[in-house]
Write a protein that binds this ligand. Structure first.
Ligand code: G16
Length: 539
């Protein structure tokens, strides 16, 4: 039975870098999810007759939110919803299923790499029919709607059983429960040389993948172990859990500790990799060797010819402004288009839709291509495995050859967490005001050549976005400052540091970047303003 429920608006439903991301306790408030979802439907002018894709990374509150959304969709006259079995779908798969089915939109329930559980985080990403996240213009409209919403529609009906694959009805709406792993496996088979990777594993190549108790466990077991023949047990933490077993499913050197310990042990396998909560991020490790996401993007781009789906040529490549400039040197050598965009995957989508780029990536462990409109964790790992299978070289050899050819960007991100939001905003505003006065100034060994806000003019839709502040130095070093758009605990100031080196590739990363980190604190007045002498997290 149709129910119209009166509600009062929340004022904090502005989408950040990727949808809304909140503490679980926030989304558990009465009508919180309902207000947000109805606001999306309203901004779309209703969803009558439409088809959506729905699912999440299985974190705490996934099941509850899915039932709420199914009932609301049916009450709003949606024609069909395609849902992952038991409500599971990785972000990359959701994008693929959306495109394959010509769906009108999609909702992915995830807070990505943030921890889960009753004390963790929850979130919703909204994708349009392009398979990518909505534009800032649309998210602004949705935010405006969330501030004035007064009612939502739902159905008075029992919960839907999502455990069985097949079609069922809720009111007049069709619900198709799918095995979300199969379409993803088929997509990967269509891109990479599975036969070559199979031979690599058959030849004894040792591989370990950490699913971090998140959504990619079942995908990874199917692809790496069953399809490609990696040894049984190669996939660690393979069973998705509501709280990720207490892990912080962020694939970096700090949070993927179990994997890092294995890869830095004396008996390390040949390659290690990890994904995040919803399967769109990746980390690549060789034996006692870490590949920065910025280098990974550059290396994949330079080696596109080894991959069957790209061997006939690629369009250009793009990176977020904060990501190191390594891929820019490859783009120049390959003579392909090269774009720098604000942080947020949605900024790549217009470039992919208009065939300006094939590959794109970000420092925050996201890499992807135009096969979907989200970043793709397992795709990046298969890309590496395919290159290794084709060249017979190790992760370290491939990376070192890259440095020898192009030079090395030593690169790290310093995060200052849990800062008061007003204080952080003021720090950025004041720094922006000071930027023009920095030009020509010398800080220790570094002289500023240019300092400006990063402004992106989208060549496709003409929109203009400012994101972060960039300080360039005469020796090709760079510092980028920006505030995170995905945190849930005050503000996080991210400071990205880069130094370029053409000869010595064995410097200690942190030590080499430390003088620049000092300069970044000085220029940003970070210590005085935040009281923090050092960053909380270095990645
Ligand atoms: C999201 C976006 C990414 C972006 C990242 C940055 O990643 O999808 O495009 O790079 O946030 O986060 P922040 O604003 O905190 O630096 P994800 O994996 O969380 O969806």
């Amino acid at each position: 039975m149709l129910k119209i429920v009166r509600t009062t608006p929340y004022t904090d439903q502005k989408m950040g870098t990727a949808g809304i991301r909140k503490k679980s306790t926030v989304v558990e408030q009465p009508n919180y999810i309902e207000n947000f979802v109805q606001s999306i439907f309203n901004v779309l002018g209703g969803v009558e007759g439409q088809t959506f894709v729905l699912g999440g990374d299985g974190r705490y509150y996934n099941k509850i939110a899915i039932q709420k959304i199914l009932k609301m969709a049916a009450a709003n006259g949606m024609k069909k919803i395609i849902v992952g079995q038991n409500g599971f779908i990785s972000t990359p798969t959701s994008s693929r299923v959306l495109l394959d089915n010509h769906a009108d939109g999609g909702l992915v329930l995830t807070a990505s790499h943030n921890p889960g559980g009753p004390k963790g985080d929850f979130g919703i990403k909204y994708a349009t029919k392009t398979g990518g996240q909505c534009s800032s213009a649309v998210s602004d409209k949705i935010y405006a709607e969330t501030k004035q919403i007064s009612e939502y529609k739902t159905l008075d009906a029992p919960d839907v059983d999502l455990s069985k694959i097949g079609v069922q009805k809720l009111g007049n709406m069709e619900i198709e429960v799918i095995d979300s792993v199969t379409p993803y496996v088929e997509m990967m088979r269509g891109i990479f040389d599975f036969e070559a990777i199979r031979k690599l594993f058959a030849g004894g190549f040792r591989f370990v993948f950490d699913a971090m108790n998140a959504v990619t466990g079942p995908y990874a077991q199917r692809i790496f172990e069953q399809e490609l023949g990696a040894a049984k047990g190669s996939v660690l933490n393979a069973v998705p859990m509501e709280d990720f077993g207490g892990l912080h499913p962020d694939p970096n050197l700090i949070y993927a500790k179990e994997l890092v310990d294995i890869m830095y042990s004396d008996n390390a396998p040949d390659m290690g990799a990890a994904n995040d909560g919803d399967g769109d991020r990746n980390m690549i490790l060789g034996k006692k060797f870490f590949v920065t996401p910025s280098d990974s993007l550059a290396i994949l781009t330079d080696n596109y010819k080894y991959i069957p789906a790209y061997k006939n040529g690629i369009y250009g490549v793009a990176k977020s402004a904060a990501t190191s400039t390594a891929v820019g040197r490859v783009a120049e050598a390959l003579n392909i288009g090269y774009y720098e965009v604000p942080t947020g995957w949605k900024y790549f989508c217009n470039l992919m839709d208009s065939k300006r780029i094939t590959f794109c990536g970000e420092e925050s462990f996201g890499t992807g291509s135009s096969h979907i409109r989200e970043k793709d964790g397992i795709w990046a790992i298969l890309f590496w495995l395919n290159i290794i299978a084709a060249t017979g070289k190790s992760v370290e050899e491939i990376t070192r050859e890259h440095w020898a050819k192009y030079g090395r960007s030593y690169y790290m991100r310093n995060d200052y967490d849990g800062i008061d939001v007003d204080l952080a905003n003021k720090l950025m505003a004041d720094l922006e005001a000071r930027l023009p006065s920095l030009k020509g100034k010398t800080f220790g060994q570094f002289t500023v050549s240019e300092a400006r806000p990063f402004i992106y003019n989208d060549p496709v839709d003409g929109s203009s976005t400012q994101n972060g502040l960039v300080v360039y130095f005469t020796d090709k070093s760079r510092i980028v400052y920006r505030l995170s758009g995905t945190g849930t605990n005050g503000a996080t100031l991210r400071v990205y540091l880069e130094r370029f080196e053409t000869n010595d590739f064995d410097k200690n990363m942190q030590k080499f970047l430390e003088p620049l980190a000092d300069v970044s604190r000085q220029i940003g007045e970070i210590v005085e303003r935040t009281g923090k002498a050092k960053a909380d997290v270095l990645t």
